[in-house]
Write a protein of this length. Structure first.
Lengths: 423, 187
């Protein structure tokens, strides 16, 4: 099988890229191990809603137009939203095709799947950054009696017995899961490391409205001071809910969740938690204040102060002192919400740097003809958002198109003619 | 956004050299492996003396400019001679020194001129632990409190952010806040 471009993954990133490829009449296929929006189908918990409001669900040539622009899509609505997009843009998707290997042919690639080999000039890896959970190695030291699962395996509290739960990680996933478990009546402890605290709404607007308005989500990867750090930032400690409720350590504590520091060690039936929690919390409060000041400055500079509610100071995070030792005998289950990472096991080793990471500059890989999509802060702060894949795809497709043009000019005319036939 | 040019500040920190070192150690992670060393000998009673001469790093052994000596003893309330600070006090000194070095470095990095930096540091301890009176009481500090008084060309929020960042990048803060595997053997 021959095509110009193989896009791997039919989520928002792959579909946005496909849209731009179609617009340029570039012959391509989109392969997915499952169906459109596969990870939204099988790797999300039941109650999950998008963290961004509906009006921000903007994809190239398509956007949310329903009755609730300020609401947050449920998981099912997100799947439907992406399905409609794939039908509307008539993306050439091959579902239930598992990519086993991508081999660089210098030039071009062989994409080996469970249903044959695709030969192509360009590969776009749009499998996203949350393919597998990041779990600290000390998970292996927990007593065998304790049931462990990751945020990718979490569905709802009915998966659990009635015993106490330790949720590790206080970004969006961990905070939401701890909140849901505690509401279900299970005594829940949350282990808190570095996190990004922000209010759901500020001065009458959603926090993402502000981040969009002040241009923060459009900040480019080649403009920020420390892109390595910016890419490592955990997800915002937020929940999308119909009542736009606030979710932070204060609301969790008010609901009865116990807070401890980052889990640093396991010693038999005891776990040691970091004594640096006070600093972690103070830093999160300070960074929140810096963000809100930036918003206030923007509001003043744009004459919004009269039109919107005045600045307000969020409650400082306050839960007294936390123990540095946990008796693990208390816990029936531990949920690891300690982040996610991409997997590119199927990708040619030539694409990796000495630290075993795919080497790329804003999604343009060092390995000629390979592109990434949907990675955190890949080209812009919003790159991993539904709202961010469109502009990334638009920029990458220009690069990709130029690459294909060079190939057809320099490679034998037979390949060029074949490509024209495909078009 | 453009790179923010740091205004000319002088806190006595060679920030360019530190940035260069960070880049060099990013490119050559092997050189970042350090071993800190000390040797301690008993003098008499609870008095002992620690000398610090050299350390390993950047792929080789490095000598201190001079040999540093730290005397340690227990206070007279424990019928000791008080020939030096008590070891937990030396730990507090190490924490404060580490954080203060961090404050100066972070402030320089952020273009903040410092005029004065003072820290008071307190660690509370229930001696029923080390005396074996109550097995439920730990030997070490229950809590350590550090209070900084800083005079600088910066807002209170910026100063708080500098102090927060110095904790995030402090070796001794991490040593105290988080568990460390310790092996003590007899040669």
């Amino acid at each position: 099988m021959r095509t110009s471009v193989v896009v791997i993954g039919a989520g928002q990133a792959g579909l946005a890229m496909s849209h731009h490829l179609t617009n340029r009449s570039i012959d391509h296929v989109v392969l997915d191990r499952g169906e459109v929006a596969q990870s939204w189908r099988v790797e999300r918990w039941d109650s999950l809603r998008l963290l961004t409001p509906n009006w921000m669900s903007r994809l190239p040539g398509y956007r949310y137009v329903g009755p609730d622009p300020d609401g947050f899509m449920t998981n099912l609505e997100t799947i439907e939203f992406l399905e409609r997009y794939s039908r509307r843009s008539a993306a050439p998707i091959r579902c239930h095709v598992t990519v086993e290997q991508v081999r660089a042919r210098h030039p071009g690639f062989d994409v080996v799947t469970d249903q044959g080999v695709w030969r192509c000039d360009v590969v776009v890896a749009a499998t996203g950054s949350s393919s597998e959970p990041r779990v600290p190695s000390l998970a292996a030291e927990l007593p065998l009696r304790i049931r462990q699962l990751t945020a990718l395996q979490y569905r709802n509290p009915r998966q659990f017995g009635d015993g106490e739960v330790l949720v590790v990680g206080a970004s969006a996933s961990g905070a939401q899961i701890a909140d849901e478990l505690q509401r279900s009546g299970r005594a829940t402890t949350l282990a808190v490391g570095d996190h990004v605290r922000l209010p759901r709404t500020y001065r009458g607007r959603d926090i993402h409205w502000w981040m969009d308005a002040i241009g923060q989500l459009d900040e480019r990867y080649d403009e920020v001071d420390d892109i390595v750090r910016a890419r490592r930032l955990p997800s915002l400690q937020l929940v999308g809910s119909p009542d736009r409720r606030q979710l932070d350590l204060n609301t969790l504590v008010a609901r009865g969740v116990s807070i401890v520091g980052k889990v640093m060690g396991v010693n038999g039936e005891k776990s040691q938690c970091s004594g640096a929690l006070a600093n972690v919390v103070a830093s999160a409060d300070l960074k929140q204040r810096r963000q809100l000041t930036r918003i206030d400055d923007f509001a003043s500079a744009h004459g919004l102060d009269e039109a919107i509610p005045p600045p307000m100071e969020p409650q400082p995070t306050n839960f007294g002192t936390a123990p540095t030792e946990l008796d693990l005998a208390r816990f029936e289950t531990v949920v690891w919400a300690t982040g996610y990472r991409p997997t590119y096991r199927w990708l040619d080793r030539a694409a990796f740097d000495h630290r075993n990471r795919v080497e790329h500059d804003g999604g343009v890989c060092a390995l000629d003809g390979l592109y990434l999509m949907g990675m955190p802060f890949m080209r812009r702060r919003k790159s991993s958002f539904i709202d961010g894949v469109g502009s990334d795809a638009a920029e990458l497709v220009s690069h990709l198109h130029a690459h294909l043009d060079r190939r057809t000019r320099h490679v034998d005319t037979g390949a060029g003619a074949r490509q024209l036939l495909h078009d | 956004m453009t790179d923010t040019e740091s205004p000319a500040v002088d806190n006595g920190v060679n920030i360019e050299a530190l940035r260069g070192a960070r880049q060099a150690l990013t490119d050559a992670p092997g050189a970042a492996q350090f071993t800190w060393r000390a040797s301690n000998h008993w003098v008499s009673g609870t008095h002992s003396s620690t000398t610090i001469t050299d350390f390993f790093g950047l792929g080789q052994d490095n000598m201190h400019r001079v040999v540093h000596t730290i005397e340690a003893d227990h206070p007279q309330v424990f019928a000791s001679q008080d020939n030096g600070a008590a070891p937990p006090e030396i730990v507090l000194a190490a924490l404060a020194s580490c954080l203060t070095a961090g404050v100066a470095t972070v402030a320089s990095h952020r273009g903040t001129q410092l005029r004065s930096v003072t820290a008071t540091i307190e660690g509370t301890m229930d001696l029923q632990g080390i005396l074996g009176i109550d097995a439920d009481v730990r030997n070490g500090f229950d809590t350590i409190k550090v209070v900084y008084t800083i005079d600088a060309d910066a807002s209170r929020a910026d100063i708080e952010a500098i102090v927060a960042q110095s904790q995030k990048r402090s070796a001794v803060f991490d040593i105290l806040a988080n568990p460390t595997t310790i092996q003590v053997t007899v040669a």
